[in-house]
Design a protein. Structure first.
Ligand code: GDP
Length: 194
């Protein structure tokens, strides 16, 4: 089926153990400000499903959305927000690692990287960790409308190399322009078999 993902917000949790069960799930993670909320809104074609540019603190939870089939999409809190207090930084890592290692229904992690400035040092740390823990991961380059067309080919090559991927394994998306959104929806549907 084509068209927007019919996501509805279900619940938020601090721990993986507090999430409702799911038959199949994909999760999104990335540096704060990478465009994760905008991307979720674009996937669902909804303006405010996930909040855009939220203040840190309110986004420090695992947010779960469900499709009509019962399959789920999880919005994981972003990393690397300078203004987040140390106390919250210390809870981020066990929360995310607990989720990624403990969520049985997880089919794949979508790791969002800024198409223009990524991967950052924190993105690479995250990537090393998911590779080391064999978490099935798809890299999505966000805000690709910001890369000038003349630089696009070079940037794709650079980004893929830095992420140790083939260029074809990177997905390119722009929530603002709609680029790559339908491909990403289709990919998520395949992962969720929905
Ligand atoms: P989050 O913190 O990862 O959830 O990021 P947001 O979705 O809140 O977006 C952060 C900022 O990037 C906002 O100012 C958005 O308007 C902007 N942004 C998000 N997606 C895009 C995009 O595809 N293209 C451009 N140019 N800006 C975007």
């Amino acid at each position: 089926m084509a068209g927007p993902l019919q996501l509805e917000f279900v619940s938020s949790a601090k721990r993986v153990g507090d999430l409702p069960e799911s038959p199949a799930e994909v999760a999104l993670v990335g540096r704060s400000n990478v465009g994760k909320s905008s991307l979720i809104n674009a996937l669902a074609n909804r303006k405010q499903l996930a909040r855009v540019s939220n203040t840190p603190g309110r986004t420090q939870l695992i947010n779960l959305f469900a499709l009509p089939t019962g399959a789920t999409v999880v919005d994981l809190p972003g990393y690397g927000f300078a203004a987040v207090p140390t106390r919250e930084k210390a809870t981020w890592q066990p929360m995310i690692e607990g989720y990624l290692l403990g969520r049985e229904s997880l089919q794949a992690l979508l790791l969002l990287v800024d198409a223009e400035i990524g991967p950052t040092k924190l993105d690479l740390q995250m990537l090393e960790w998911v590779y080391a823990n064999t978490i099935p991961t798809v890299i999505v380059a966000t805000k690709c409308d910001k890369v000038r067309p003349s630089r696009l080919a070079g940037r794709k090559q650079q980004l893929a190399r830095a992420c140790r991927l083939e260029e074809g394994d990177l997905m390119w998306a722009s929530a603002s322009k709609g680029t790559g959104i339908e491909q990403l929806r289709a990919h998520i549907r395949v992962l969720l078999q929905t």
